[in-house]
Design a protein around this ligand. Structure first.
Ligand SMILES: Nc1ncnc2c1ncn2[C@@H]1O[C@H](COP(=O)(O)OP(=O)(O)OP(=O)(O)O)[C@@H](O)[C@H]1O
Ligand SMILES: [Mg+2]
Length: 462
C-alpha cells in the first residue's frame, strides 16, 4: 500500500472535519424549528409547542374581528353576515376556553376576504409586475431581512408577491420553509431556466419545454399571496456554466444580459410585485440580476466599511453601463435607490447616515428618508424564525416595542412601495386615465353624430 504523504493526510483530516460538521449541521437543519421551539419552552405552553412542531411554517399571527374586517376593507357586520350565509368560511373557535371565543383571523383568512369582496389592491390593468431588487455586494447589509419584510408588508396590504432567491446560501428560501439542498435542489431553482437545461427538468418529471419559462420553479409558501423561486448551493452552477452555454447557444448580447428579466416578465402576470434577493458576491449572474429589475433598493449600512463597499457596488454598475454605452448597447437598467440600514441614535451612525445622504443623493428620493434601524425586535424575531409581522403581540415580551418597530418598518416599506408605484405604474395609470378620457370623448362624439343624423333624417321625412 502506498504511504500517504503529509499533505494528503492533512487534506483528508480537514475533509473529515468538514464532512462531520456538514453532516451534523444538516441533521440539525431538518429539526431546527422544533429545537428553537423547545429552547423557548419556559416561555410557551405545551399547546404552543405542539402547534409549532406539527408544521413550523404556518401563520400564527391572529387578528381580532374588528382588525380583520378593517384590514380586509369590509365592515364588521358584512364579515358576520358573510360567515353566516356561506360567502366566507365559518369562523374558527378557540378550544381552550369554556365560552365560545373566536380564535381570530390569519393574514391568509383576511386575504381570502379581500378576494371574495374584491378589495385587494392590484397593479394597474395590463401592466407587468414591478420587479424590485434588494441588492448590494456587501455581505450582511440586510438584503434578505428587508426583502422578506418588504414582501410581508406588501402581502399584508393584499398584494400578490413573487420572491426570487438568487443567493446560493438560500436564506430567504429557508425562511419560507424551503430547505436548501434538502427540499430545494437544482431543478427547483432558476438555474435550469438560466442554463436552458431541459434535460434536468425532464429527468425531474417536468413537461417538455419547461426550461423555456420560469413557471416550473414557482412554489407556494405558507403566505397565500407570497410565492417563491427558491435557491440552493447548486445555483452556483449558473456562474460556472452560463458563459459556456450561451456561447454554444449562439445568443446575442441582449439575450444574454436580459435572460433573467425575460423569465421574470414571463411569470409576472399573476403578481403585483416581484422581489429579488441578491447575493453578496460579484459574478456573471449579478449583471443579469441588475438588468432584470425595474427598480433596485440598495441597503447601505451606516458604517464605514459597508459604505465603502456600497460605493464599489455603485461603481460596478456605473462601469457596466459605461461599457454598454460605448458599444451602443442598451439593456434594461433599474432606477437605483439607497436606504440606510444598521441605523442607530449613536453619533457615529448619525454621522454615517448624513454622509451617505450627502454622497448618494443626486436627485430627491435617491436615498429613502426612512432608515432601517438596528432593532432587537428584528434580531429576536429572526432567531425565532417569525418576523415582526408574524408575532402575536401577546407573545412578545415587550408589546410596545414590537408595535413601534412595526410602525417604523411600515414607514420604510410604505416609502418603498410609493417609490415603486410612482416609477413603475404611475405613467400607466396616467395613460389609462387619458385613454379613458379619449374613449369617453370618442363615445360622446359618436353619439352626437348619430343624434344629428337622426335629426336630419327626421327633418327630411317632415
Ligand atoms: N433591523 C435589524 N436590526 C437588527 N438586526 C438585523 C436587522 N436587519 C437584519 N438584521 C440581522 O442582520 C443579519 C444580516 O442580515 P441579512 O441576512 O438580512 O443580510 P444579507 O445582506 O442578506 O446577508 P448576505 O450578504 O449574507 O446575504 C441577520 O442576522 C439579521 O437577523
Ligand atoms: Mg442574504
Amino acid at each position: 500500500m502506498l504511504e500517504e504523504n503529509p499533505q494528503q493526510i492533512y487534506l483528508r483530516s480537514i475533509l473529515n472535519k468538514l464532512t462531520t460538521i456538514a453532516t451534523r449541521g444538516e441533521s440539525i437543519m431538518k429539526n431546527i424549528s422544533s429545537l428553537v421551539a423547545n429552547a423557548q419552552k419556559n416561555k410557551h405552553d405545551e399547546a404552543w409547542l405542539e402547534f409549532n412542531s406539527v408544521d413550523e411554517r404556518v401563520q400564527k399571527r391572529r387578528y381580532g374581528t374588528t382588525q380583520a374586517a378593517e384590514l380586509a376593507g369590509i365592515s364588521h357586520s358584512l364579515l358576520y353576515a358573510a360567515e353566516e350565509d356561506g360567502r366566507l368560511p365559518k369562523p374558527e373557535y378557540r378550544t381552550d376556553t369554556v365560552k365560545k371565543v373566536r380564535s381570530g383571523y390569519t393574514m391568509n383568512h383576511i386575504n381570502h376576504m379581500r378576494e371574495v369582496f374584491g378589495t385587494a389592491p392590484r397593479k394597474p390593468e395590463g401592466e407587468n409586475a414591478a420587479i424590485i431588487g434588494v441588492l448590494n455586494l456587501k455581505g450582511g447589509s440586510q438584503k434578505t431581512t428587508n426583502t422578506q419584510l418588504f414582501a410581508q408588508h406588501l402581502a399584508r396590504r393584499g398584494y400578490r408577491v413573487l420572491l426570487l432567491d438568487t443567493d446560493p446560501q438560500g436564506s430567504l428560501s429557508l425562511f419560507f420553509g424551503k430547505i436548501p439542498d434538502d427540499t430545494v435542489n437544482y431543478e427547483h431553482t432558476m438555474a435550469p431556466y438560466m442554463l436552458e437545461d431541459e434535460d434536468a427538468l425532464i429527468e425531474a418529471g417536468y413537461e417538455e419545454g419547461a426550461s423555456e419559462t420560469l413557471h416550473y420553479a414557482i412554489q407556494k409558501t405558507y403566505w397565500s399571496n407570497i410565492d417563491i423561486i427558491p435557491s440552493c448551493l447548486q445555483n452556483l452552477n449558473i456562474d460556472l456554466l452560463l458563459p459556456k452555454m450561451q456561447e454554444k447557444a449562439d445568443t446575442n448580447a441582449m439575450q444574454r444580459v436580459m435572460k433573467l428579466r425575460y423569465g421574470l416578465v414571463g411569470v409576472s402576470e399573476d403578481y403585483d410585485f416581484i422581489l429579488v434577493d441578491g447575493t453578496p458576491s460579484l459574478n456573471i449572474s449579478t449583471v443579469n440580476v441588475i438588468s432584470a429589475c425595474d427598480m433596485c433598493f440598495v441597503p447601505t449600512p451606516a458604517a464605514m466599511m459597508d459604505y465603502a463597499s456600497t460605493l464599489k457596488f455603485t461603481g460596478l454598475i456605473r462601469d457596466s453601463i459605461q461599457s454598454y454605452d460605448e458599444i451602443n448597447f442598451y439593456p434594461n437598467i433599474p432606477d437605483i435607490r439607497y436606504f440606510i440600514t444598521k441605523y442607530t441614535r449613536s453619533s457615529y451612525a448619525q454621522f454615517m447616515g448624513q454622509l451617505i445622504r450627502k454622497v448618494f443623493t443626486v436627485e430627491r428620493g435617491d436615498v429613502l428618508s426612512n432608515e432601517a434601524y438596528a432593532s432587537d425586535e428584528i434580531g429576536k424575531a429572526n432567531n425565532s424564525i417569525y418576523t415582526i409581522y408574524e408575532q402575536n403581540p401577546s407573545e412578545s415580551d415587550n408589546r410596545k416595542r414590537l408595535k413601534t418597530t412595526i410602525e417604523m418598518f411600515d414607514n420604510l416599506y410604505t416609502e418603498m412601495h410609493d417609490a415603486v408605484w410612482e416609477t413603475c405604474f404611475e405613467d400607466a395609470l396616467k395613460t389609462s386615465q387619458i385613454d379613458k378620457i379619449d374613449q369617453i370623448m370618442a363615445n360622446a362624439q359618436a353619439e352626437s353624430e348619430a343624434q344629428s343624423k337622426e335629426t336630419v333624417s327626421l327633418e327630411r321625412e317632415e
